[in-house]
Design a protein around this ligand. Structure first.
Ligand code: PMP
Length: 420
């Protein structure tokens, strides 16, 4: 790209002055956003960018149903959750109906981080242990406790003693028995905790291993690891912040692809299509045990507006048939990417539904610079996308669930052009 447009340069300057070192911006030439609709983001350069990176506006940017629900509720009343209001119950019941029957209680929060923080407190209380096992490049959020279990956030150093890491469930590492390999890795870390005199609390994983580089297959591989966890007295916490709400194209939740029922499920990002709402679901006896010792109150969580947004998202997923769309468009996209793989430096195409990872590399190893070049090249050509994985060489494809096969074709056609 050429020099930054003056309006963008001015805003970048104001941003650096106000937000300092905490300010992280996407792209060498950042986007100044002025609007959005469906799968598109409108920028100050007058262009509409196809959004292949954003799993927050899961039912589409500015979905009219969500916009109207929030607008109507915030103009009627909004308060904290210690009063009775109908929409909380309409929402909780509709959400819980998407889970296995034993997961019949929900606690609402505002962020995925808070949900995971509470999940860790629950698991530690119920198990009596402290030790948590996570995947090597996991991200689970930003509180003090959750940062400990988010190795992808570490710029230096290693996790504390009560946090242990297992490799991502990568067939390149575990061969064709990913289930056994992953379960054995979990078993070894449980033993290592025990040897160090640390009780085991549980296994916390994103059920599509997104920040590790997207590992979805084969369906069912988590089951053996969950059996190991339970045999050791630990809990299985499924982080559904990324795969949840239909993204896999195979139902609402990533864990169900694995034929397991977690002890705790945490949710976030797509839950309110951009309105902050998150939470966890669990069995009532786990929540009872926790609440015998602690209260939990979260001022903004489960507000009428949050519940109205959440309810509109669940309705839009149904009415717009978005799970079937994720399956259909995802299948088409994966097939095209696999054809591209035959004549491009792509070492793997992984994932399911509208959560795909395209891993770039050569005989010499991972190719993060190529991935980075493609991300900037796609942006110049009007498509937004990001990277994941231990080496940053995996293009992470997770658009709003309303994208079409024509959008998918535009992405692959442009990738083809850039690689040529
Ligand atoms: N878990 C996973 C798997 C995530 O990807 C994220 C956010 N990227 C979180 C938890 C934390 O969510 P939040 O940013 O809402 O706190």
């Amino acid at each position: 790209g050429g020099p930054m447009a003056p309006d963008v340069a001015a805003l970048v300057d104001r941003r650096r002055r106000a937000f300092g070192a905490g300010s992280v911006l996407f792209y060498d030439e950042p986007l100044r956003i002025v609007g959005a609709e469906g799968a598109y983001i409108h920028a100050s350069d007058g262009r509409a960018y196809l959004d292949f990176y954003n799993n927050v506006p899961t039912v589409g940017h500015c979905h009219p149903k969500v916009v109207e629900a929030v607008r109507a509720q915030i103009g009627t009343f909004n308060t904290h959750s210690r009063y009775l209001f109908d929409v909380a119950h309409d929402y909780a019941e509709k959400l819980l109906a998407t889970f296995p029957a034993e997961l019949s209680n929900v606690v609402l929060a505002c962020t995925g981080s808070e949900s995971n923080d509470l999940a860790l407190r629950l698991a530690r209380k119920v198990s009596g242990g402290e030790g948590i096992i996570v995947s090597r490049t996991a991200y689970h959020g930003n509180t003090a406790t959750v940062t400990e279990v988010s190795p992808s956030s570490y710029r230096t150093g290693a996790p504390p003693r009560h946090v242990r890491m297992v490799p991502a469930p990568d067939p390149a590492l575990f061969g064709n028995d990913v289930a056994q390999g992953f379960a054995d890795a979990v078993k070894a870390e449980i033993a290592a905790l025990k040897a160090d005199g640390i009780g085991f609390a549980g296994l916390l994983v994103d059920t599509i291993f997104s920040s590790d580089g997207v590992y979805a297959d084969p369906p069912g591989f988590l089951k053996a690891a969950v059996e190991v966890v339970r045999a050791a007295g630990g809990l299985f916490i499924a982080d559904e912040v990324q795969p949840g709400f239909g993204r896999t194209g195979e139902g609402m939740w990533g864990f169900s692809r694995h034929g397991v029922v977690p002890d705790i499920v945490t949710m976030g990002k797509p839950m309110g299509n951009g309105y902050p709402i998150a939470g966890l679901v669990t069995r009532p006896e786990l929540l009872d045990a926790f609440c015998a010792d602690f209260g939990y109150f979260n001022t903004f969580a489960g507000s009428p507006v949050a519940c109205a947004a959440g309810l509109a998202v669940l309705e839009a997923i149904e009415e717009d048939d978005l799970i079937a769309n994720a399956a259909r468009v995802g299948r088409h996209l994966a097939a095209r990417l696999r054809r591209l793989q035959a004549h491009a430096p792509i070492t793997a195409v992984r994932g399911t539904g509208l959560y795909l990872g395209v891993e770039f590399g050569t005989e010499k190893g991972p190719a993060p610079d190529l991935a980075k070049g493609l991300i900037n090249g796609l942006r110049q050509r009007g498509i937004l996308i990001g990277a994941a994985g231990r080496y940053g060489n995996v293009l992470k494809i997770r658009p709003p669930l309303c994208v079409t096969t024509a959008h998918a074709d535009a992405l692959v056609d442009t990738l083809e052009e850039l690689l040529a």
